[in-house]
Write a protein that binds this ligand. Structure first.
Ligand code: PRP
Ligand code: URA
Length: 213
């Protein structure tokens, strides 16, 4: 698995405000979107394209356009929704599918509760969005599921990752015969005893959308 952690001061600056416990939900949502757009620039570096003939006012030339089938963007609900706008702003012709997953806070195992995706993902390049890679369980399950449906190139994008989650995802995708890339805004120090990223930013879903019981 390729891991990309872009070294960019704007990313670090925006992440600092995102982490700050004083940041309110509207500001948190705006920052998550902006960070996603910055990370999308890196994540889409190898988006599939094909040559395309055009004429400028001066001369004919060959450019490129996105290949068909178009890339599929899949936010993992709930917190991944906070990254969707930032991604499709850069990739407006992408299709969007949804996966709903919730981590059981006792066992730290992910449970899938919703799924709205094309049945056949053969030949699709997929961008999987979730702000937090903690134990890596949710992302690993999502990658496996998309690969089973035929996705042949998966890029996971998160805002923060714990080293433990990166190792777990790496181990899990090693068995797959497709390229998997992880783009993360930060590699934090560690997980704490209840599976939260340290220093992290707390519960991403709650900070985006408020606490649900
Ligand atoms: C958070 C986060 C990831 C998951 C990460 O979601 O958005 O999906 O936890 O943890 P993991 O790497 O240990 O699996 P959560 O389950 O809290 O659901 P939510 O997005 O609905 O708040
Ligand atoms: N999920 C979150 O929202 N935050 C963490 O730190 C870990 C999992």
């Amino acid at each position: 698995m390729r891991v990309i952690n872009p070294d960019h001061r704007l990313i670090a600056h925006k992440l600092t405000y995102l982490r700050d416990e004083r940041t309110d939900s509207p500001t948190f949502r705006r920052l998550a979107e902006e960070l996603m757009t910055l990370l999308a620039y890196e994540a889409t570096r190898e988006v599939r394209v094909e040559p395309f003939e055009i004429r400028t006012p001066v001369a004919p030339t060959t450019g490129i356009k996105l290949s068909n089938p178009k890339p599929l963007v899949v936010p993992i609900l709930r917190a991944g929704l906070g990254m969707l706008e930032g991604m499709v702003r850069l990739l407006p012709s992408a299709e969007v599918g949804f996966l709903g997953m919730q981590r059981d806070e006792e066992t730290l195992e992910a449970v899938t509760y919703a799924n709205r995706l094309p049945d056949d993902l053969s030949g699709r390049q997929v961008y999987l969005l979730d702000p937090m890679l903690a134990t890596g369980g949710s992302m690993a399950d999502a990658v496996r599921y998309l690969a089973e449906r035929g996705a042949d190139d998966i890029t996971c994008v998160c805002l923060l990752a714990a080293p433990e989650g990166i190792s777990a995802l790496e181990d899990s995708v090693a068995a797959l015969d497709i390229p998997v890339t992880l783009v993360t805004g930060s590699i934090d120090e560690r997980l704490n005893e209840v599976g939260y990223i340290v220093p992290g930013l707390g519960d991403a879903g709650d900070r985006l959308y408020g606490v649900v019981q």
